[in-house]
Design a protein around this ligand. Structure first.
Ligand code: NAP
Length: 475
């Protein structure tokens, strides 16, 4: 009999099933398009011994030892509801459904209610690491009740990535907590990727560097404080050649970015919670602008392309590259500070009690944003317990002090020459706000009171609801 079931043999599901089989679990597998089950089994090699192909969900249910855990790894959205209902029809009370796709956490909260009312456990499980991670060890963020988590903890820890031997999987909290943490992970991922792309823009359009030269720079950065999966693969993307033309692959790839929703959700959730996550928002918007290719091409014709050469505005080549590396580190600190601030506020609002030190720990390996930087964050959280804002604690405060001038120089050089850098510019504005004791919102409050009698607080008296002289009536 199988230990667990898995429905959805797409990229992620098939690799997750092989991962579980490799760790010694017997897995009953099913896919809506049943021909894919045969293909999957044919490609499973020796692991096929621990895989039970099932043409129907009824067969799948019959193949698993009760109480049955069944992983659903299908396209997010209504397919999860459709497959969940189909599977549940063949399950018994006490069985468990685990949605391992990229669900919107609001959907997960609804599904927990619906399936719990029918006598099932429902776990919302965020999985990061792409195809490779799913196969050999992803980072796994689980939303579940404590007893439900205990039932599947061993298998989830077994299949997860390991950082210094520690599993990169953990219980984040109840119901939608796991999918929420995954959503914010993806928001941070968008920000990280966009800031790297902006620095690439300075190198390509501002300095006229070739992909090969840039690949060398990223390879070098990957030995320093920026060492991360995303910096590593950026170097690899830049050095790759197109097999058809022999040209650098990156030159052939169309400049319109795709997105599937999680980055956008993270910006929406941040807005709903009232937490400024401007670097993440800028990264989401930048993908949207990249996708408006016709608009951009028409604009280039109308306004003329900018003369983007920055020459030696940032110093000689070595000094310039150093400035770019530091700008990226400063931007990264701001983006992660925002992402963790969103998690912290959501935890409070939802009563999730999210273990933020653990979040940083399980992101150190397996997931797309894995980096040595996350090890630094994890150590800070472990040392300080709760953190108001990442920028305000060491070592991040010290690093920001050391790098902020270069972030400013890089953003200024880019903006002066018409190179768009929305994420880095927002990181800089976030930093500047963070050290501005007196903002200009006194004027906003004056305007709001003028047109809407919204009232304001005064700097010289306690209380609220004061009005300006404009509210005293006409005249
Ligand atoms: P995929 O390769 O496109 O596979 C999609 C799977 O969903 C297939 O098994 C497909 O079945 C099934 N499916 C689609 N529409 C369905 C429907 N209406 N009813 C029932 N089944 C349906 O997708 P994937 O990349 O594995 O992604 C699966 C989930 O993991 C998604 O939520 C995705 O966002 C998430 N995820 C993906 C990655 C990644 O890097 N790819 C990383 C983390 C999380 P058929 O074969 O019958 O079409």
């Amino acid at each position: 009999m199988a230990d667990i079931g898995l429905v959805g043999l797409g990229v992620m599901g098939s690799n997750l099933a092989l991962n579980m089989a490799e760790k010694g679990y017997t897995v009953a597998v099913h896919n809506r398009t049943t021909s894919k089950i045969d293909t999957f089994m044919q490609n499973a090699g020796p692991l096929a011994e621990r895989l039970v192909p099932c043409k129907t969900v009824g067969e799948l249910a019959a193949a698993i030892t009760p109480p049955r855990p069944v992983v659903i790894m299908v396209k997010a959205g209504s397919p999860v509801d459709e497959e969940g209902a189909k599977i549940a029809a063949d399950l018994a009370r006490g069985d468990m459904l685990i949605d391992a796709g990229n669900a919107n956490f609001h959907d997960t909260q609804r599904r927990v209610k619906e399936f719990t009312a029918q006598g099932f456990d429902f776990i919302g499980m965020g999985v990061s690491g792409g195809e490779e991670g799913a196969r050999h060890g992803p980072s796994i963020m689980v939303g579940a009740s404590e007893p439900a988590w205990k039932r599947v903890e061993k298998i989830i820890l077994d299949i997860s990535a390991k950082f210094d031997g520690e599993p990169c999987a953990a219980l984040m909290g109840p119901d939608g907590a796991g999918h929420f943490v995954k959503t914010i992970h993806n928001g941070i991922e968008y920000a990280d990727m966009q800031m790297i792309a902006e620095v690439y823009g300075i190198m390509r359009d501002g300095l006229g560097m070739s992909p090969e030269e840039m690949a060398d720079v990223f390879a070098k950065w990957n030995e320093g404080r920026l060492k991360s999966y995303l910096i590593e693969i950026t170097g690899k993307v830049l050095e790759a050649k197109d097999p058809d033309t022999g040209k650098p692959m990156v030159e052939i790839i169309l400049d319109t970015a795709g997105q599937k929703g999680t980055g956008r959700w993270s910006a929406i959730e941040a807005q709903d919670l009232g937490v400024p996550a401007t670097v993440i928002e800028a990264a989401v918007a930048a993908r949207g602008l990249s996708a408006q290719r016709e608009f951009r091409l028409a604009g280039e014709k109308l306004f003329g392309a900018a003369d983007t050469a920055i020459g030696d505005a940032l110093g000689d080549r070595a000094t310039t590259l150093d400035a770019l590396e530091q700008a990226l580190l400063a931007g990264k600190i701001a983006a992660y500070a925002q992402g963790f601030a969103v998690l912290s506020k959501a935890s409070e609002e939802q009563n999730w009690n999210l273990p933020l030190a653990t979040v940083a720990k399980i992101w150190r390996a397996g997931c797309i944003i894995r980096s040595v930087f996350l090890d630094d964050i994890s150590r800070s959280y472990s040392a300080s317990g709760s953190i108001e804002n990442l920028m305000m604690i060491e070592p991040f405060t010290g690093w920001l002090k050391a790098t902020e001038a270069n972030l400013r120089k890089v953003v200024s050089a880019g903006l002066l020459k018409g190179i768009p850098m929305p994420a880095l510019a927002n990181a800089l504005a976030y930093f500047d706000y963070a050290r501005t004791g007196r903002t200009t919102a006194n004027l906003l409050q004056g305007q709001r009171d003028f047109f809407g009698a919204h009232g304001f607080e005064r700097t010289d008296k306690d209380g609220e609801g004061f009005h300006g002289p404009w509210a005293m009536g006409p005249g």
